[in-house]
Design a protein around this ligand. Structure first.
Ligand code: TXE
Length: 422
């Protein structure tokens, strides 16, 4: 049983109440570790430490900050394999995907901001007609920043918040998702090794409505960077706004993938299989509503279903598998419930639509077959609500105007794709 603790003051310390949460490996459906169930007490400790560290870190030479972040990037690169294995164990995604995408991106998040911070420029203006007066802007760090991240791209999104906060001289209290905490814990050790002064970064795993909410509500936390569900984003915005905290929210999506008859068909088909099911469809940018010009609808439908049927689902440790496990039993059930809802709403399942039970070590894991559904109206719940799994719907359209109306016809607006050569 692997037990991890809070990373506060550069040390690994147990939660104040000595309470832990179980950490499950979704590919095998078994508990492999325990993580702190941190509370307000732990957040108080972390924020106090980060606040005390702020003056020194904020006044650290930009070149020194840049060098430390660059060293963190180097260490992430060096530890890519261990980090990818840990990411896959926590999240269920293929090790190959974590190795090729998640971990390299975590490294480049630090490398980008280590360079960007040395090129930061302000702006200045002379007052017209009063040349003796000059106004200018300078960027200054805020203080303690709260970073809260989700389970779908654990280290990728965690570092995307932490790197800029640290680069600009802020100190950080960060909470990974309680479902995928392990690479966050490994990042703490990497930061120590890279020479990041202790207490500049504090990592406090725990439940959202407990540790997460304590970060959002803490008066000394001056800004919140959050990625996760839209509902949660709305709760956080409601708590932060009256306290005038700066907010960065990256929330859910129900993204359209609009395919016109004049597209580069082979390139579109190959990419659409990836953009529909990469990371088991658990990426906020995945195109979950595929809109196809009617003249190529039947051709696309049969070609796409044939390609989806060639996708291999199974043990994330086996490179030949394209899809691994979804992140938890609860999320697997949520996806299966949406598939049942799609059928109730009149949808026709063209392929998939069920759980998968691979043989061997993953027999009890949480796997869902890549699923393609047609025959649903754009306004039904299946096409309006974020499923966040390997499920896409197909809808034909007859004109650009109709395609636009369908694409824009949800409350979301995170991302969209269109395939055309015009
Ligand atoms: O997000 P949550 P989850 C969508 C997707 C998914 C849904 C829920 O639809 O099914 O969000 O995913 C913390 N105060 N996306 O459960 O619950 C929580 O502990 C403070 C899209 O991961 O929003 C975790 O660390 N923090 C998204 C983080 O917020 C709170 C990627 C996200 O948890 C909190 C992931 C609270 N009250 C999910 N409640 C994208 N855009 O990529 C929870 N948390």
């Amino acid at each position: 049983m692997e037990i991890i603790h809070n990373f506060i003051n550069g040390q690994s310390i147990p939660p104040a109440n000595d309470q832990y949460l179980e950490n499950v490996e979704p590919a095998i459906g078994e508990i492999y570790g325990k993580i702190p169930r941190s509370t307000e007490q732990d957040i108080q400790l972390a924020v106090e430490a980060a606040k005390a560290a702020f003056p020194a870190w904020a006044s650290t030479d930009i070149g020194v900050r840049a060098d430390i972040l660059s060293k963190i990037a180097d260490l992430i690169d060096q530890k890519r394999s261990q980090l990818a294995q840990a990411e896959s164990r926590d999240n269920g995604k293929p090790v190959k995907l974590a190795t090729l995408v998640d971990i390299p991106r975590a490294s480049s998040n630090f490398r980008f901001f280590s360079r960007a911070i040395t090129q930061w420029s302000g702006s200045s203006y002379f007052m017209r007609g009063q040349e003796s007066l000059q106004s200018f802007t300078i960027h200054q760090p805020l203080g303690v920043v709260g970073c809260i991240s989700p389970w779908n791209l654990p280290l990728y999104l965690f570092t995307w918040k932490i790197a800029p906060a640290l680069a600009t001289g802020n100190t950080v209290v960060a909470k990974p998702s309680e479902i995928t905490p392990y690479t966050a814990y490994m990042l703490g050790e990497i930061c120590n090794e890279a020479g990041l002064p202790p207490v500049v970064l504090n990592i406090v795993p725990g439940l959202g409505h407990e540790a997460g909410q304590a970060i959002v509500e803490h008066p000394e936390v001056k800004a919140i960077s959050f990625t996760g569900g839209t509902k949660t984003g709305s709760i956080i915005a409601g708590l932060a706004a009256p306290k005038f905290k700066k907010l960065s929210l990256e929330l859910g999506g129900k993204n359209p993938n609009v395919i016109f008859a004049d597209c580069d068909y082979d390139k579109m088909l190959k990419t659409t299989v990836l953009s529909s099911f990469a990371n088991q469809g658990q990426i906020c940018l995945c195109g979950s509503r595929i809109l196809i010009e009617r003249s190529i609808y039947n051709k696309f439908k049969s070609d796409f279903v044939a390609k989806v049927n060639s996708r291999k689902v199974g043990d994330p440790k086996i490179d030949e598998n394209h899809l691994g496990a979804v992140v938890s039993a609860a999320h697997q059930q949520k996806i299966l419930d949406y598939i049942a809802l799609a059928e109730e709403e009149g949808g026709r399942i063209l392929t998939g639509g069920h759980a998968i039970h691979p043989k061997g070590r993953c027999a009890k894991g949480y796997f869902v077959a890549p699923t393609v559904i047609e025959g649903l109206d754009n306004n039904c719940r299946t096409n309006q609500e974020e499923i966040f799994g390997p499920v896409v719907t197909l809808q034909p359209f007859d004109s650009e105007e109709e395609a636009l109306a369908l694409a824009n016809g949800t409350a979301y607006g995170l991302a969209s794709t269109s395939w055309t050569q015009d």
